[in-house]
Structure formats: C-alpha cells, structure tokens
Write a protein that binds this ligand. Structure first.
Ligand SMILES: *Cc1c(COP(=O)(O)O)cnc(C)c1O
Length: 403
C-alpha cells in the first residue's frame, strides 16, 4: 500500500487491464476483466512449470504454498491478520465450511440468522447443512434492516453478505459484529462484493469467519478460487468440517485418521487449482500500489456521477441502490419493468452491465479500470437507448441462460 497522502495512480491500473475496444465494462462486480499479465502468467505456468517440471512443480514451483501466499495478499485488502486467509474451492463450498465450523463453536444454540437480501446460494448451503446435521437447527431470515433487532441470545451464528448483490446495500459490519459479540453470537461475513470493492477491517471488527470470491472485484477469471478467513482467536481450535487431506496436519504421512493442521491451513480441502491461481497471482499484482481508501473515494465519486446523470436523463429508471453513498457498495442498480431488454440493448451498444430478476439493472463501478469518461459515455448511451426506443426490439427480449 502507498504511504500517507500518495494517491493511487488509476491511469496506471487501467493500463494493466486488457479491455476490448469500444466496450465500457460495468460488470466487474460479477466477473472482473482480464489483467494483461494473466495470459502470460498462465502460459508460463503451463509450459515452464507443468510442462517442464511436471510433478516436481508442487515443490519446485511452490504450487502447494499458493493458497497461503496469495491468501496473505488478499488479507491486506480486507484487514485480515497475516496467515489468516487461505484459498480454495468455490464460495458456496467455503460458506458451508465456515458455517459448519461456526455452528460447532456454539453447540447450545440452534438458530442461524441471515437476511432476505443474501445471495441465494449462501441460503441454500445453510439450508442443506441444517438438513444434513438434522439436530434441530433453524435458518431464520429477516429483512436486512431488521437484523439488529433480531440479534438475541438465541442466535448461534449471524451469517450475512456485507454488500447486497442486487441493490448494493451495505451492512454496517463493525456495528453488527459489535452487537453480536457480547451476546455470544458467532459471525460469518461473506465478502463476495466487498473484497477489492471497499475497505474491510476484519481484524478491527473482530469478525469470527469471513469468505469471499476472487473472480469479481479481484479479477482472477471465471471459476477462480474462493477464500476463507478464520480469526486467529479460533484458527487452532475450529473443526474444519470439510476435513480433506490437504487440511491434515501431515498430508503426506497418509495416516488413516484425521488430525487438523495448524491454523488456517486446516481449512484447506483438496488439491489447489494451480492454473486459476496463476491468473489470480497476476491479478493481485495490480493491487500492489493501490490504496483501498483511494479506491473507495473514487468509487463513490463515479457512482454519484452515474446516479446524477441517469436520474437527469433517464426518467423511466428508479434508483434501487441506497442514495447515501455510506450505505452503498461499489455498484449502482436501477429498476425498470423492461430492465432485461434495456440491458441487452445496452450490451449490444458496448455498455456491459447485467440484470437480476425481476427488474434490476446492475452497474458495477470499478475505479481500477473505469473513469469519468466511461461513466459519462455510459449515461449518454443509456439515455439514447431509452429515448430512441431501440431497446424494444424482439432480439433484446430473448432470455439467455445467464442474465
Ligand atoms: C457471487 C456470489 C457467490 C457465488 O458462489 P460460487 O460458489 O462462487 O458460485 C456466492 N455468494 C455470494 C454472496 C455471491 O455474491
């Protein structure tokens, strides 16, 4: 991170991405774009490491340590202690693992509290875990604004996603965690739309568990591995729930019984995805001279500019995100009954955002590679698509599998 006062050079970070000509990419909240260095890094890993070193790569190319080494680079961006973050599996799996471990720290309680704004897979995984445990646990959902009132001493685990994937609404992690702790509630925070999007202070907030993905704001590429954080207060005593061999104290002793490894290493499960991690390592280089505070300040500026422009020029759209930037992550969403078709028309004209049912158009605002010129052009094109009625062509109403 740069020292005090030095400003992050966003022209430099933008030049580190390979964006197609004529495209304004406002979907980095769903899939980050390609860092220029990623293709070469993955090619080297394939030809020089896999190709030449073969199985020796596990030792000689440091493949086995990648989940921890890159975990430390992510730790810096989310206020986690060094040695407290490890990569592997997908986010759905890490949600399950964190929640299962968290529940075991609170054996006398049966309620998992979450909210109706959470991403469905987090809720589905919790529901599946409750059914497998078959010990009377309950997944309880409230509206996002009612979480605070629902934090009673009946709750075993508070499991929340900090930034709502649909609206960008931001929970107050510091406050909710502070209320939960003295009530004996274990916290699991999902940082899917936080890591690389805004400053997070896991250590400072005294969070118990956190999970997140790397293919959104961290730009690791489609299918990039997830990460998990366990507070150093718990790391040596949690049971990892998914007790795979690479979380074992001595994987290559091939013992018949499981003994958890030390610290965060125990949350590893199986063989790490080395090629995906090579592209993640290249993507993490972009963050070397970046301050998360600068990213946040710039993201707020660009979001405000986008909201002001759209509200002035596109009267049919209704802001779905909180108006107060302090309560919003790094995306802006608008509602429109024909949001799907309008988004398809926008994409056709080079402005890429996405759509979430029933009526939400999402625009991810990512200062590493988006600037004022992009925002103002995106507003121009959106206004033009709407006023011309070009969005209402049959081709834009046809639904694809991924929206
Ligand atoms: C994107 C996202 C996921 C995706 O999970 P995968 O297992 O990587 O498909 C899960 N949870 C939240 C909150 C997300 O935003």
């Amino acid at each position: 991170m740069r020292s005090n006062g030095a400003m992050t050079d966003f022209a430099k970070t933008r030049a580190m991405f390979d964006l197609p000509d004529g495209v304004i990419y406002l979907d980095g909240n769903s899939l980050g774009p390609l860092p220029r260095a990623a293709a070469g890094r993955v090619a080297d890993t394939i030809s020089k490491e896999w190709g030449q070193q073969l199985i020796r790569g596990w030792n000689d190319a440091g493949w086995m340590e990648m989940p921890r080494r890159i975990g430390d680079r992510i730790a810096r961006l989310i206020g986690a202690e060094p040695g407290s973050v490890v990569l592997g599996d997908t986010l759905s799996i890490k949600v399950y693992q964190a929640l299962a471990s968290a529940l075991e720290l609170n054996p006398g309680r049966k309620v998992i509290l979450s909210d109706t704004g959470n991403f469905p897979t987090d809720l589905y995984m919790a529901d599946g875990l409750v059914r497998s445990l078959d010990r009377g646990h309950e997944l309880r959902l409230t509206a996002p604004d009612d979480i605070e009132a629902a934090l009673t001493d009946e709750i075993a685990v508070l499991m929340l996603t900090e930034v709502d994937y649909r609206t960008g609404r931001l929970h107050d992690m510091a406050r909710l965690t502070e209320i939960a702790r003295p009530k004996g509630i274990i916290t699991v925070w999902d940082l899917a739309h936080s890591a690389g999007a805004l400053p997070v202070d896991l250590g400072g907030c005294d969070v118990d568990f956190a999970v997140g993905c790397t293919y959104k704001y961290l730009n690791s590429g489609p299918g990039g591995p997830a990460f998990i954080y366990v507070s150093p207060r718990h790391a040596d005593r949690v049971r990892p729930a998914l007790s795979g061999w690479l979380g074992h104290e001595a994987p290559f002793a091939f013992d018949l019984d499981y003994r958890a490894g030390s610290g965060i290493d125990r949350m590893r499960v199986g063989t790490p995805p080395v090629l995906q991690m090579a592209s993640l390592a290249a993507a993490m280089d972009v963050w070397d001279d970046v301050s998360m505070r600068d990213v946040r300040a710039r993201s707020v500026e660009l979001c405000e500019m986008f909201i002001t422009g759209v509200e002035a020029r596109c009267p049919g759209l209704t802001l779905a995100s909180p108006r107060d930037s302090a309560r919003r992550g790094s995306q802006v969403s608008f509602r429109h009954p024909h949001g799907y078709a309008i988004m398809q028309a926008l994409i056709h004209e080079g402005v890429i955002g996405d759509f979430r049912a029933p009526d939400i158009m999402r625009f991810g605002i990512t200062p590493l590679y988006i600037n004022e010129t992009d925002i103002s052009r995106a507003v121009d094109i959106l206004a033009d698509v709407l006023t011309s009625g070009r969005w209402d062509r049959p081709q834009f109403h046809k639904r694809a599998a991924v929206t």
